[in-house]
Design a binder for this molecule. Structure first.
Ligand SMILES: [Zn+2]
Length: 252
């Protein structure tokens, strides 16, 4: 893209689409390294995961541990943490209806499609991942990975700006960031909203179906819960009753 930039800005912008999608693939490699699944040895996973993190702007150790906790707790209503992950966490209908009007607005606003899927994704990768704001203080190694990734990125982009100029660097990397973050976050969101996924708690199943668009209630313990820790992208969802069989609850 740097070679094409002096020839045509439009061609450079067009190339940001396949480049951004390639970046999503790099993120998937980093994800698999974080699960210890891309190579057979821990050292190889860590090395490649760290290298990928310099391209994806995502601190490897911090993201890998938080993502592991996400897998462990995601569909367990009794083990929800901060709820800051708006792409996979949600309230039950009962919990939502118990909120005040103001808190309902605060809950729904960041989940508006324009905000959640267009505005937030580039900010998450460019700004939010620069700060260990939701990383516990005891996670020293993970917090350090945020700072080391930041230092590496500052060095890398400073060299690029010195060699090529800030204008070129901005117009090459910003569109790639927009394309990759929006498509990558949507992929994560879609994986958390697959038909057949279920959120379960002590009372049994609370939510089932496309939890993103509307909540579909099933009778408690109507079906066996999904195994926790099951990876959604590679999971086989159990057979699901048709929507007509489930009473739907509309949000006020
Ligand atoms: Zn995963």
């Amino acid at each position: 893209m740097y070679l094409v930039y002096p020839v045509s800005l439009w061609l450079t912008l067009a190339l940001s689409v396949p480049t951004g999608l390639f970046l999503v693939r790099v993120f998937i490699v980093q994800h698999d390294c974080g699960h210890g699944a891309f190579f057979s040895t821990r050292g190889a996973n860590t090395l490649v995961g760290r290298l990928c993190s310099l391209i994806t702007l995502t601190p490897y150790a911090n993201w890998a541990r938080q993502h592991g906790a996400h897998h462990a707790n995601w569909n367990n209503l009794d083990r929800r943490t901060t709820g800051s992950d708006i792409y996979s966490a949600c309230l039950t209908v009962r919990e939502y209806q118990a909120l005040s009007r103001w808190r309902r607005l605060l809950y729904r606003l960041p989940r508006h499609p324009l905000i959640a899927h267009v505005l937030l994704p580039p900010l998450i990768f460019a700004l939010l991942y620069r700060l260990p704001f939701d990383t516990p203080r005891a996670w020293m190694r993970e917090r350090m990975s945020v700072h080391l990734t930041n230092a590496s990125l500052v060095t890398m982009f400073a060299i690029l700006v010195l060699l090529l100029g800030w204008h070129e660097v901005l117009l090459v990397h910003a569109p790639i960031l927009v394309v990759s973050s929006i498509s990558g976050v949507w992929l994560f969101f879609a994986a958390a909203s697959l038909r057949g996924v279920a959120l379960v708690g002590r009372r049994g199943m609370e939510l089932r179906g496309s939890v993103a668009r509307r909540f579909v209630l099933a009778p408690p313990s109507a079906d066996p819960p999904l195994a926790h820790g099951q990876h959604r992208l590679s999971s086989c969802a159990p057979p699901q009753p048709s929507r007509a069989q489930l009473p739907a609850a509309r949000l006020p």
